[in-house]
Design a protein around this ligand. Structure first.
Ligand code: NAD
Length: 482
């Protein structure tokens, strides 16, 4: 499967874009070009929304079980092409083959889950009495705009389209220009699976076509996954024109280590939580809070567990950590570490300073920071790289206060041997997902999304599909006399 260069997918077919502007997509492991994508023009977005709006009534009227059958077929075709999709996403996003293979499998499961929900989206009869028949029905939004980030290209698009299409919407996708080749291939495959022309459209490009799409009055709902700054911008545009918006945004997730846990297992899991995907996951453990009585022992175990995270070619089976997505992303993370060290933080593990090749791949190896003074930027900004900050805590109450501090609330984790403490933490930690004695356990059946600044939406689970329908209330007066 080769990168699809120079084309967009509109109204059921790959097309030459109206825009003549092109973006060169780089392979982050080697720094060389993988291909070119159109930087979509307003006319490309207009074509895609027109196709989606035309297809919307037919797709909404298609029996839910038939919509589900198309998604189930698509899931099977993804599995049949698993290696090709995994290879393409690894080339494009720099994620290891183990990660991208798992994401293809998850994408198929997500489609199957939503396919199963499609014919269970039911309204209710509401017993108002008094000669009134009242009921609710669920209706799709019509055209949904999906804007996705680069860090899980296939899974992001499978997740958003599975929900939206199952619920009877049509979709225009504007994927990240940094990694979008699998999105185009997915759209081609969806057509082969029986999705009607216009039900799924993909326009590539950067912020400009994204902005045009979000502002299009024919788009009933915008579903966005990406950074907090972009999400807020999009929400204000949607708010201004009264469109529904769902935001899945950035995080700065705390992982709490209590002295009564299995420290060895916790250290292994914490290293993966912080450095898996080169720290470029919204739920990366950017802060590890450690009970003071086990601080030294745990840090020694964590430093040792982190040693195996060394950047390498994501297509080699032995590689467990790929590169960062761009040179600029790596520069940003380097600046955060430099700033922390300048303000007095100590590097207690990993590699610092690091030598960065001026040409070649955008690799960066793990850095473990301790005693980071509060003003340091790394304490406040999303890191999105292989850097974690270690902090001791005295007791459970202070750990909870520290974990809940700050504007983020995407996910939190804790390792503890205490069952009662586990229950308390589940209630007290302010985050959309709380993992106890495990981390980043995601499932198509389990709603996922952020609290506080990390988002206003849930994807996955029944809640995820329900977020792509509107409830309409119906009331009919009838005579009780005859
Ligand atoms: P980003 O915000 O830079 O871009 C996301 C998408 O929005 C891209 O398609 C981009 O082209 C588009 N875009 C940018 N500016 C726009 C504008 N003004 N109008 C319309 N569209 C615009 O994010 P990114 O760098 O691609 O992804 C990394 C971020 O995504 C991190 O903050 C990460 O935490 C977050 N993320 C969150 C989740 C989640 O589920 N909460 C999952 C993955 C990534």
């Amino acid at each position: 499967m080769h990168p699809i260069s120079d084309q967009i997918f509109v109204d059921g077919a790959l097309k030459t874009a109206r825009s003549s502007a092109r973006i060169t997509v780089l392979n982050p492991a080697f720094g060389h070009p993988l291909g070119q994508i159109p930087d979509g023009a307003a006319g490309d977005i207009d074509d895609a929304v027109t196709a989606a709006a035309r297809a919307a009534p037919h797709w909404a009227a298609t029996p839910a079980r038939e919509r589900g059958a198309v998604l189930t077929r698509l899931a099977g075709m993804l599995r049949d092409n698993s290696e090709s999709f995994a290879h393409l996403d690894s080339l494009d996003s720099g994620r290891t083959l183990a990660e991208t293979r798992a994401q293809v499998a998850r994408s198929a499961e997500q489609l199957e889950y939503c396919a199963g929900v499609a014919d269970k989206l039911e309204g209710r009869v509401v017993p108002l009495g008094g000669g009134l028949f009242a009921a609710t029905i669920l209706e799709p939004y019509g055209v949904v705009a999906a804007l996705t980030p680069w860090n899980a290209p296939l899974l992001q698009i499978a997740q958003k389209t599975a929900h939206a299409l199952a619920a009877g919407n049509t979709v225009v996708v504007k994927p990240s220009p940094l990694a979008c080749f699998s999105t185009l291939q997915y759209a081609v495959l969806a057509g082969e699976a029986g999705l009607p022309a216009g039900a799924l459209n993909v326009v590539t490009g950067g912020a400009q076509p994204g902005g045009v799409l979000v502002a299009d009055e024919r788009v009933g709902k915008v579903t966005f996954t990406g950074s907090i700054a972009t999400g807020r911008n999009i929400a204000s545009v949607c708010g201004g024109r009264g469109a529904a918006v769902a935001l899945e945004l950035g995080g700065k997730c705390p992982l709490l280590i209590f002295a009564d846990c299995d420290l060895r297992k916790a250290a292994q899991d914490a290293a993966s939580a912080a450095f898996g995907t080169t720290g470029q996951s919204c739920v990366s453990a950017a802060r590890i809070l450690i009970e003071a009585s086990c601080y030294d022992d745990f840090v020694a175990l964590l430093v040792a567990a982190s040693e195996r995270f060394i950047g390498g070619d994501p297509l080699q089976p032995a590689t467990i950590m790929g590169p960062m997505i761009t040179r600029a992303a790596r520069e940003h993370v380097k600046e955060l570490v430099d700033d922390a060290v300048d303000t007095g933080a100590q590097v207690v593990g990993g590699h610092w300073p690091q030598t960065f090749e001026p040409d070649g791949g955008f690799f960066m190896n793990p850095v473990l920071l301790a005693n980071v003074p509060d003003p340091a930027r790394v304490n406040h900004e999303e890191i999105f790289g292989p850097v974690t900050c270690l902090e001791p805590f005295a007791d459970e109450a202070s750990a909870i206060v520290a974990a809940n501090a700050g504007p983020y609330g995407l996910a939190a984790g804790a390792y503890t041997g205490g069952a009662a403490r586990a229950r308390r933490l589940q209630h007290e930690l302010r985050a959309g997902s709380v993992w106890i004695n495990c981390y980043k356990l995601l499932d198509p059946a389990l709603p996922f999304g952020g609290d506080k600044a990390s988002g206003i939406a849930r994807e996955c689970g029944i809640d995820g599909v329900l977020s792509f329908v509107k409830t309409k209330s119906l009331v009919e007066a009838f005579s009780l006399q005859n």
